[in-house]
Design a protein around this ligand. Sequence first.
Ligand SMILES: NC(=O)c1ccc[n+]([C@@H]2O[C@H](COP(=O)([O-])OP(=O)(O)OC[C@H]3O[C@@H](n4cnc5c(N)ncnc54)[C@H](OP(=O)(O)O)[C@@H]3O)[C@@H](O)[C@H]2O)c1
Length: 258
Amino acid sequence: MEKRTVLITGASDGIGFEIAKQFAINKHPLILVGRNEEKLAHASAQLSPYTEILTISTDLTKLDASKHLYDILYSQNVKVDILVNNAGIGLEGEFQKLSLEKQIQMIQLNINALTELTHYFMQGMIERKYGRIINLSSISGPIPTSQMAVYSGTKAFVLNFSQALYTELKKHGDIVVTAVCPGPTKTAFSTTNSLENLSNVTDKIGVSAKSVAIATVNSINQKKRIIVPNTRYKVLLSLAKLTPTTYVQTIMHKLMKG
Ligand SMILES: NC(=O)c1ccc[n+]([C@@H]2O[C@H](COP(=O)([O-])OP(=O)(O)OC[C@H]3O[C@@H](n4cnc5c(N)ncnc54)[C@H](OP(=O)(O)O)[C@@H]3O)[C@@H](O)[C@H]2O)c1
């Protein structure tokens, strides 16, 4: 692999940190983005023996944060070759009962920030005729998930947006957009976001963040439109596609009600 500069949002923890580690091992210069400076410094300390690291602390739910992030890197003449839109939050519970404000904040991070960062950084990729944009969707993207209706909706957006953009960008050179659809993965995601039922499901069938990261980084050369890390979830998704929606929804509802 050539040494390409990689920007990863939500790189201080979970899947994002494991993705950063895989790129670091391959000596790619990294830009790690997250809110908590201490967590970023800790991640940087672990990865800096392998490669060059720049950390940027920002809250991507803030309206001008994505543009500000882009401007900082532009002013330093940093060219991002691989963008990993990983930062995401989840909310669990009935749509009617969840705070609307928090759900809008989730849309801001899971959809708006991802869309803006893609838009800003793809311009340079088009000019240089090389780029990789890796967007973290979820198995909740292709499978509507009750009790996580807005989260699931944000991940469906990521999935469709990424696939459509894959086609648009093909003519501009070696530029690939990949949607990653992990199933429940053992990270702090469930506890940080108080996702009790997802946490129970993850305890039973969750996979490691490292396995998701390896599948994600391997996709760089495979140029795939969608990847579903882990055979277990690939099979689950194939079965869901063959099963009438009503049944899938009944099963998902029972699963997410605990
Ligand atoms: N874990 C799962 O079961 C699972 C399954 C399918 C898909 N996914 C998706 O995979 C992605 C990563 O999930 P994960 O499990 O690794 O999550 P995680 O362990 O909770 O880590 C989230 C990362 O995002 C950062 N972050 C959170 N809010 C942010 C904000 N407003 N601005 C900037 N950075 C922010 C966090 O750092 P700070 O808190 O310091 O900001 C942290 O580095 C998400 O998009 C998630 O939807 C996860």
